[in-house]
Design a protein around this ligand. Structure first.
Ligand code: XMP
Length: 552
């Protein structure tokens, strides 16, 4: 049982309002999704069955690091569908439940009879014990964090693993007694069955999490399972991702027309270039400049994707700034602003799509972390996507193409570099779909946008000059506060700009970066001197939680 899960649920609930692409869910169900990687389904693959654990994406990623294709599916996926995928192995994830709790997620018992090797992790291990005749109970002492585990190195799963190895534990339940036909292969002083197996049936279980880096030899264990036990060759390579995707997209799309909503962010840019390389002029990219982009961003996107850029695609730039500003006039409530920006984006996109006429495929830059598939029957697919408003309902298309659906951000960046996308685009920091709209507290006006754009450009320039590279995200925002100042003996009553720089890896939590005082001083001087309408610069020292990264 994984304790941080309620925190995660609370997080998702709290930020549901920010997840704009929920509508995509219905469209997916209606139209089906093409990753462009379907041909890999013919190849050897591992299926991760998701019981609601936090680390399901990480497990998939670790399997890919073994060069084996991997997909995550809900624990209750149809058995025939699972069989049809012909997996070489199955991994059960952890999860927040107790196996003996009412309504706890159980897999189809026939999964154990498929003759496919299974590795149960945490809840997955308890489930295996519970369903196969062992006994799971509340542990007298819960184990959290780094724990020394004694393993039997003679077992295939633990080949080349030290007999005493540090593993990451996170459980309040434990397997008290393994099923009759299982052998216990690891234990800790408080956990009698830290691992167990029935090698004849290809069933393996570990109470700890081999997928997290804190389990020092976890990667070895996963490699042993995937390559040695499941017998995968490990010939799936990220390097060949681009080549294979292009081939698969060409086959899939044929002579069809493809439409892409390009935001200029990393994900949609990489997806667009992949499609451009695959189908060229059959692709039209619609780039909506909503007037809430960073300084020069619209022109930078046009330079890469427009007619003077290196790609042979149809590029439509819609300068809709005034339209957005009109809609936002007088609106101060953050959620209302977000909604207006999202809806207006959809309207503009729809209008352009209608000019193009019926399209066969719609491209989405969805990446793996955008897809939270909880096998618990809550919201089956939740997407947070950098495009502003999700998918328009009325665009006439047959299928969605999501070529990056399997990749993590750093993998998307690698694919982008391989595709020849300029580094400054590939390594761009994340930028929210509603853009500067959520970095201007209160009403958005063209004047305020200009102030933030200029201040932000100065901040970014100075951070780059200072050679600071490890920031998760950093930007300038506009407080809605005006205060008294004096400039050249004159009284001023101007805005306060706030600088925010955070250290984070997952953006779920973040801490304020301790930027050098000298740098902050330089940025402050430049902003008050160069940006009209600003007489004060503040630095946001708040972590997340309790604050968020963005202002609104
Ligand atoms: P918060 O403000 O929620 O931001 O702490 C966490 C991360 O999400 C980005 N963000 C968004 N991205 N659409 C997006 O595509 C949005 O509406 C949105 N709101 C926040 C934010 O920039 C940060 O990286």
């Amino acid at each position: 049982m994984e304790v941080p899960w309620p925190f995660f649920i609370a997080f998702v609930d709290k930020f549901k309002h920010r997840i704009y692409n929920v509508r995509i869910q219905a469209v997916h169900q209606r139209k089906g999704v093409v990753t462009g990687n379907e041909e890999k389904m013919e190849r050897e693959m591992i299926v991760v069955l998701d019981f609601g654990g936090q680390y399901n994406q990480l497990i998939a990623r670790r399997v890919r690091e073994c060069n084996v294709y991997c997909e995550v599916h809900p624990y209750h996926m149809d058995l025939e569908k699972l069989k049809g995928m012909n997996p070489k192995g199955i991994i059960f994830t952890g999860g927040p439940n107790s196996v003996y709790g009412e309504g706890s997620p159980l897999c189809d018992p026939r999964v154990f009879e498929l003759g496919v090797s299974i590795l149960g992790i945490c809840y997955g291990s308890q489930l295996m014990a519970h369903m196969l005749g062992g006994h799971v109970a509340t542990a007298p002492v819960s184990e959290y964090g780094k724990t020394e585990v004694e393993v039997d190195p003679g077992r295939r799963l633990f080949r080349d693993v030290a007999p005493r190895t540090i593993c990451w534990m996170s459980h309040t339940d434990y397997i008290e007694k393994a099923p009759e036909d299982f052998v216990v292969t690891a234990h800790t002083p408080v956990c009698p069955v830290a691992a167990m197996e029935n090698p004849e049936k290809g069933l393996y279980a570990v109470q700890f999490h081999p997928e997290v880096v804190h389990t020092r030899e976890g990667m070895k264990m996963l490699h042993n399972f995937v390559i040695d036990i499941c017998g995968c060759k490990g010939d799936w390579k990220m390097d060949s991702f681009v080549e294979t995707s292009i081939r698969a997209i060409r086959e899939k799309v044929g002579k069809g027309k493809v439409l892409c909503a390009l935001s200029g962010g990393v994900d949609s840019s990489v997806a667009a270039v992949l499609l451009a390389k695959a189908v060229g002029k059959q692709l039209t990219c619609v780039f909506v400049d909503h007037g809430l982009l960073r300084k020069n961003e619209g022109d930078e996107v046009e330079a890469v994707f427009g007619p003077d850029g290196p790609y042979d695609l149809n590029f439509v730039r819609v300068n809709a700034q005034e339209r957005f500003y009109r809609k936002l006039a007088g609106v101060t409530e953050p959620e209302k602003k977000r909604k207006i920006i999202g809806e207006e984006f959809i309207r503009v996109f729809e209008e352009e799509a209608n000019k193009i006429g019926a399209v066969d495929y719609l491209v989405q830059g969805t990446i793996y972390p955008d897809v939270i598939e909880s096998g618990l029957g809550k919201s089956a697919v939740i997407k947070s996507h950098h495009n502003v408003g999700g998918l328009p309902d009325h665009v006439n298309f047959k299928e969605i193409v999501e070529p990056l659906r399997l990749l993590f951000k750093d993998e998307v960046r690698r694919a982008g570099l391989e595709l020849g996308i300029p580094e400054y685009l590939v390594y761009r920091q994340p930028f929210p779909g509603p853009g500067l709209g959520v970095r201007i507290i209160g009403e958005v006006t063209a004047e305020k946008v200009k102030i933030v754009q200029e201040a932000d450009a100065i901040f970014r320039e100075e951070v780059a000059k200072a050679g600071i590279r490890d920031l998760g995200q950093y930007f300038a925002a506009l407080t809605n506060m005006r205060s008294v100042g004096c400039m050249g003996d004159e009284r001023t009553y101007d805005y306060a700009v706030v600088l925010r720089a955070v250290l984070t890896t997952d953006f779920m939590t973040a801490e304020a970066a301790q930027l050098p005082w000298e740098l902050l001083g330089k940025v402050t001087n430049r902003i008050v001197n160069e940006v009209k309408g600003v007489n004060r610069v503040l630095y946001d020292c708040t972590s997340k939680p309790p604050a968020t990264v963005e202002m609104e």
